[in-house]
Design a protein around this ligand. Structure first.
Ligand SMILES: Nc1ncnc2c1ncn2[C@@H]1O[C@H](COP(=O)(O)OP(=O)(O)O)[C@@H](O)[C@H]1O
Ligand SMILES: [Mg+2]
Length: 288
């Protein structure tokens, strides 16, 4: 005879109602790369700025599903992720997961010129970075992710057209996916052949973006038609880990000039009457 108490015998204090999560149950489901949402696992400062866009899924029982890879790169890979609530609201949204690699060396070379003057608080980390150990590479990947996270948060709040940063978790940034609802990513500007009217609009938006950064004492540092996504009539600037301090960094203005030249060269080749050095002069007028 069973001695198991029925639920009615238990003190209500010990009884709780729960809704089973819609987590994968079979082996093949598990293979589709699902995980419980990490939104509430990260520190408060590692969740995106207010006001929270309404598409951000904050349900603590949400499930993240990796839908595929958007792009592999030298320093980071970008994946397409869907975060879906399980609270019955049917709320779900797509995000781009940018994951910095700890195993690559290039970031060290890239680091030197961009990060002059940026300090590392922990001396163990400083030594590991200098040695280039695998722990050091992990630290570097985390620092690049953090630098990009910080830039996304700061400049999204300032009104720069960048993807909304949802959360930072170590070497992974989750951000707004720029593309359509089916998961087709917006093309890079470099892949597009816009008609004159759109072309002028894109250029104007980029000039405004450069101006805005300069007004914050910064330059993108790697601005090019490859780091600009085209979303209908709008541009979205991406890839900001190396944002440069144009005042504190002795080469800051060189980076700014290069950004201006990269942008103008592309637009000039498509028929716009623009010039990188002229733009550089225009955006720095009054600041240097
Ligand atoms: N938020 C995003 N939405 C859609 N596609 C993105 C997003 N972020 C990155 N991508 C895609 O991934 C590519 C690489 O991202 P990027 O940040 O430029 O990293 P990398 O350092 O590898 O150049 C981009 O060119 C773009 O195609
Ligand atoms: Mg890039």
């Amino acid at each position: 005879m069973s001695t198991q108490p029925s639920r009615d015998d238990l003190d209500p204090f010990f009884v709780f109602d729960y809704q089973p999560l819609d987590l994968p149950e079979t082996e093949s489901d598990a293979a589709t790369d699902q995980r419980p949402t990490t939104y509430w696992d990260v520190q408060r400062g590692d969740r995106g700025p207010q006001p929270l866009p309404d598409w951000v899924v904050t349900d603590a029982g949400a499930v993240d599903t990796e839908l595929g890879i958007l792009k592999t790169g030298k320093e980071a890979d970008v994946f397409l992720l869907e975060r879906a609530a399980t609270d019955g609201t049917g709320h779900s949204s797509l995000m781009a997961a940018k994951r910095y690699r700890g195993q690559e060396h290039r970031s060290f070379h890239r680091a030197a010129a961009y990060t002059e003057g940026r300090g590392t608080k922990k001396s163990r980390d400083t030594r590991a970075l200098a040695r280039g150990s695998s722990y050091g590479r992990q630290v570097a990947a985390g620092q690049w992710a953090y630098a990009e996270w910080e830039a996304l948060c700061r400049y999204w709040s300032a009104g720069l057209p960048v993807p909304y940063p949802v959360q930072l978790d170590g070497t992974e940034i989750l951000m707004e996916f720029i593309g359509d609802h089916d998961g087709v990513a917006a093309p890079r500007l470099a892949q597009t052949r816009p008609e004159t009217e759109l072309l002028a609009g894109y250029y104007e938006q980029l000039v405004r973006a450069i101006h805005l950064l300069v007004s914050h004492g910064a330059a993108h540092g790697d601005l090019s038609p490859y780091n600009v996504l085209v979303h209908g009539p709008d541009v979205v600037v991406i890839d900001l880990p190396q944002v440069v301090d144009i005042v504190g960094n002795p080469r800051g203005l060189d980076f700014l000039r290069r950004d201006c030249v990269n942008v103008c060269t592309w637009f000039a080749a498509r028929g716009l009457d623009v010039d990188g050095d002229a733009l550089f002069g225009e955006v720095t007028r009054g600041t240097i």
